[in-house]
Design a protein around this ligand. Structure first.
Ligand SMILES: C[S@@+](CC[C@H](N)C(=O)[O-])C[C@H]1O[C@@H](n2cnc3c(N)ncnc32)[C@H](O)[C@@H]1O
Length: 254
């Protein structure tokens, strides 16, 4: 599935919980302040901004497949960060190499992880690091159930029967794929990170979790679909995030 469009401005407003997770991922990326780092799927740039602050003599490249997200990131970051609209599975920096790739909450939106990791390895200098987190095996089961259950009923079934946009990979397959793509010192882990979403879960469903589902539906069914998934989740749900953490190093030769 190619990347889809996101409402970058609204995502930027409501993505504090993802930013909190992202900052913890960023803490795993030790930097001396002068590296070039690529933020793979930078979204509206909240975590990219923190990354740029850690690189006062370095350079940040934010890449995202959604022009709406890149526009929001431009608004937030000004000209201080290089921003590129690009599908990560087609990533090509024209021969430039980066010292590290950072990514938060992105890889589970991408079906082909073999291709993704090969592209990321292709832009990393030998010895460069990949530090990432995404939804992993067993992530948000209540949400997956609710989307499938509502998506199996009419009038949604013609558009959504059996549809899930998420690729929640496990540790063993991810380790194998990273090694095949030319990474060494691979560490993968599945970590529970539950997030209470009592505040603005409907907007979170609309602009984040259900963004790909909604694009499959005609306009006049979209708000109803959000309402029915929201109802199926029950009051004050806790979203049971299970995150796949990835640390790896680009091998000397690939
Ligand atoms: C949940 S957002 C995370 C954004 C940001 N990293 C953050 O922490 O707030 C997921 C992002 O992944 C991007 N994305 C998904 N698939 C992509 C792909 N194939 N290529 C590039 N970006 C992609 C989306 O456009 C979106 O901005």
């Amino acid at each position: 599935m190619p990347p889809h469009e996101w409402d970058g401005a609204t995502y930027d407003r409501i993505s504090a919980p993802l930013e909190r997770n992202g900052l913890a991922v960023l803490d795993r990326l030790l930097l001396n302040g002068q590296e070039t780092v690529l933020d793979a799927g930078c979204g509206s740039g909240r975590v990219t901004q923190a990354l740029a602050q850690r690189l006062p003599r370095g350079h940040v490249i934010g890449v995202d497949g959604s022009a709406g997200m890149i526009a929001a990131a431009r608004q937030r970051l000004g000209a201080s960060v290089e921003l590129i609209v690009c599908d990560l599975t087609e990533l090509d920096l024209g021969g430039r190499r980066v010292d590290a790739v950072f990514s938060n909450a992105v890889f589970h939106w991408i079906a082909d992880h073999d291709l993704l990791f090969a592209r990321l390895r292709g832009v990393l200098a030998p010895g460069g690091r990949l530090v990432a987190q995404c939804g992993g095996q067993g992530n948000t089961p209540e949400l997956l159930d609710a989307t499938l259950q509502v998506g199996a009923t009419e009038p949604f079934a013609s558009y959504l029967q059996g549809f899930s946009p998420w690729n929640y990979a496990g540790t063993e397959e991810t380790t194998r794929r990273l090694r095949a793509a030319g990474f060494t010192d691979v560490r993968t882990d599945l970590v529970p990170r539950p997030v209470p979403y009592e505040d603005d879960i409907r907007t979170w469903l609309k602009v984040n979790a259900l963004s790909a589902h909604l694009l499959r539906l005609p306009q006049d069914l979209r708000e109803r679909y959000i309402d029915e998934v929201h109802a199926a989740l029950g009051p004050q749900p806790e979203i049971a995030y299970i995150r796949l953490e990835i640390d790896a190093t680009a091998a000397a030769s690939a």
